[in-house]
Design a protein around this ligand. Structure first.
Ligand code: UT7
Length: 322
């Protein structure tokens, strides 16, 4: 059992991402379902996506991403006392993925739980980590978003099989210095609308992912920008101060519509979907880790994150990049 003092603030210390090796192009999909590279690029913005191998699990991908984040943080496994895995595609329901991932990374006896807020999962988990560090129930938290959506997709359904993909992203969260509590993770603005529960769902254990694309598209492009703006206001950050906007990578047209509406013309906009597809809870940390790796973002940059998806659930916060 661990107890900590609590902290004035919490911050992300490092990000890490993992993409499975197999690249699947639009042309490859067009060979088995009636679609085209042109349709997919123009309607969704995806050029290619990555799919996990048949034996590659959600835990495998989570371990790979989290191992990178841990190495980048300079911490050792013994420093981590809470592991949260955001996933809506766990290999099995019992045991949870987090405890398996913790064990494989050599993290001894941490708190460990899975969290399902679908594509909003990473932002929900980051908020939970922020609260845990501030309250003192944990000091260093490993936050992971990992998905193997390919195992829940009907590969004969062209409306979904062109969208969803596999991958993982992770962040290490720790205390912020007392004199810079605002330098870390800002307040979360989150919510849900169960009236839309049937718009994206897996109806039962013999079903695949279903979504009413147009209804979700309308919701995402009309209801979410006020949430994103509110997250900026709660963090005391004007949108014009943002270095980057990282929405869930659901559809490039949604990403661009949201970006236009938040009033941050100077901010870079994550468009990882082009080569990663929609990886649900992994999409935000994966996009961020890849932008950081490419040198497109710097330490101290302000990033606005917003996750949204099945439930429907959504969550947004402003963070300062490590
Ligand atoms: O990550 C969780 C959150 N999810 C989202 O945010 C998803 C939001 N929704 C979307 O991104 C879009 O609605 C989709 C990408 C899912 C679909 O794009 P759309 O522009 O809304 O297309 P649609 O569903 O209105 O379909 C238009 C037409 C239909 O044909 P008809 O009825 O007009 O003849 C579809 O049958 O396109 C057809 N279609 C396709 N054609 C070629 C649907 N899928 C395909 C396809 N290739 N893959």
């Amino acid at each position: 059992m661990r107890t900590h003092q609590g902290s004035a603030g919490a911050r992300v210390l490092a990000f890490g991402g993992y993409q499975p090796a197999r690249v699947v192009t639009n042309d490859e999909l067009a060979a088995s379902v009636e679609t085209s590279d042109e349709w997919i690029r123009s309607r969704v913005g995806i050029a290619s996506r990555r799919l996990a191998g048949p034996d590659e699990t959600v835990a495998d991908m989570a371990v790979a991403a989290a191992g990178k984040a841990l190495a980048g943080s300079g911490l050792s496994p013994a420093d981590i006392d809470l592991v949260i895995v955001a996933t809506c595609t766990p290999e099995v329901m019992i045991p949870n993925t987090a405890a398996i991932v913790a064990r494989r990374l050599g993290i001894g006896a941490p708190g460990a739980y899975d969290l399902n807020a679908a594509c909003a999962g990473f932002c929900y988990a980051l908020a939970a980590a922020n609260d845990a560090v501030r309250a003192g129930s944990a000091r260093h938290v490993l936050v992971i978003g990992a998905e193997k959506l390919s195992q829940w997709v009907d590969w004969t359904d062209r409306s979904t099989c062109i969208i969803f993909a596999d991958g993982a992203g992770a962040a290490v969260v720790g205390p912020a210095e007392a004199e810079e509590p605002e330098a870390g993770i800002g307040p979360v603005v989150w919510g849900s609308d169960g009236d839309m529960a049937d718009k994206i769902c897996i109806k039962d254990r013999n079903s695949f992912i279903f979504q009413e694309g147009q209804a979700v598209f309308r919701w995402a492009t009309t209801a979410l920008h006020p949430i994103a703006k509110q997250a900026c206001a709660e963090a005391g950050v004007d949108p014009t101060e943002l270095a980057v906007f990282v929405p869930h990578q659901a559809n490039l047209r949604i990403i661009e519509a949201l970006a236009r509406k938040i009033g941050a013309p100077q901010a870079k906009v994550a468009s990882d979907i082009v080569t990663a597809g929609n990886t649900s809870s992994a999409s935000i940390p994966l996009a961020l880790s890849r932008m950081i790796e490419r040198g497109e973002l710097g330490s101290g940059d302000k990033a606005l994150l917003i996750g949204f998806g099945a439930g429907v659930c959504y969550a947004a916060q402003v963070i300062t990049l490590p």
